[in-house]
Write a protein that binds this ligand. Sequence first.
Ligand code: NAG
Length: 336
Amino acid sequence: MRPSRGLILFLLANLIVIGVLVHSVFTLITLLFEDCSADAIPAIEIPPPENAAEIAKRPQYIPRIIHQTWANESIPEKWQEAQKSCLNLHGDYEYKLWTNEKSRQFIKDEYPWFLDTYDAYPYPIMRADAIRYFILSHYGGIYIDLDDGCHRRLDPLLSYHAWLRKTVPTGISNDAMGAVPGHPFFKQVISQLKSYQRNWQVPYITVMYNTGPLFLSVVWKEYISTVVDEESRVRILMPDEYNTKPWSFFGVYKGSSWHRNDAKAIFWMGQHWLLITCAGFALAATLYVCGFYTYKRMHLRSNASYTAPPAGGFVWPWNGWTWSRGGYRRLPRHAV
Ligand SMILES: *[C@@H]1O[C@H](CO)[C@@H](O)[C@H](O)[C@H]1NC(C)=O
């Protein structure tokens, strides 16, 4: 018997859906096992703060610019100390505070193809996420979250072409990053933003996967297999060098994240974003399947004219096609 066109289409559709799911989950799973060791900046490579001569000997690629973002010029009191700690240590660096107005103007002038996406983001934090990738790609320098203070001068971090920081237990974050202008990693990041724009219904996942650390980690994970030379490499700042230790660069003022009130919960979520995201995807998938079957059962019961698929028939939840001994077919529209 020749397979019908419907059957082939049906198999193709399901194959594509499964392929997409496996592909996205695959990168997430490989992220779980990524320890960053291949690109980690070894502690021994960073001279201690008091060894100025050693620090001065190192090459400096990243321009001396510190970027921060806030809605407007009036920084809330609780972050002024953190902001000052960076300014005081880096009087010889250029300092750029990206307000909402400046950020939008910058996108409009330099990346007009992105303006629609930028304006359409449903949460302000997404614009704050996106703008940092564009300014690093354009100007280079070091981006620092406003609630991250500086604990020592950042000069040793200028000796790489690009760096990100590792989060515990896995993945990378976007709260402190550095790069030379036009680095291929950040070019790739900004070119991918548009294709990750999707509303996942759960705000946390939408933010994380559209513009936030999950998005950045997935793009980074896919990028590192394409690195060809030292200049295109993205080095990784490990947790001890990021904060908590006497020789760490950042983080002494970290008390809240995401500019929200329930700082503790959000901070914990920021630290465990990968775990939460995986749990979120699993929960969403379970709810989706359960909801679909419940709806189906209720709907079928109240709809006598509908002939149910034969016993043993299976309904694919994402397209409503049935599979049974009778063959593949689409359910009547009103039943889906
Ligand atoms: C600055 O932005 C904050 C946060 O959105 C807002 O509460 C404050 O009123 C703004 N200040 C000015 C002067 O516009």
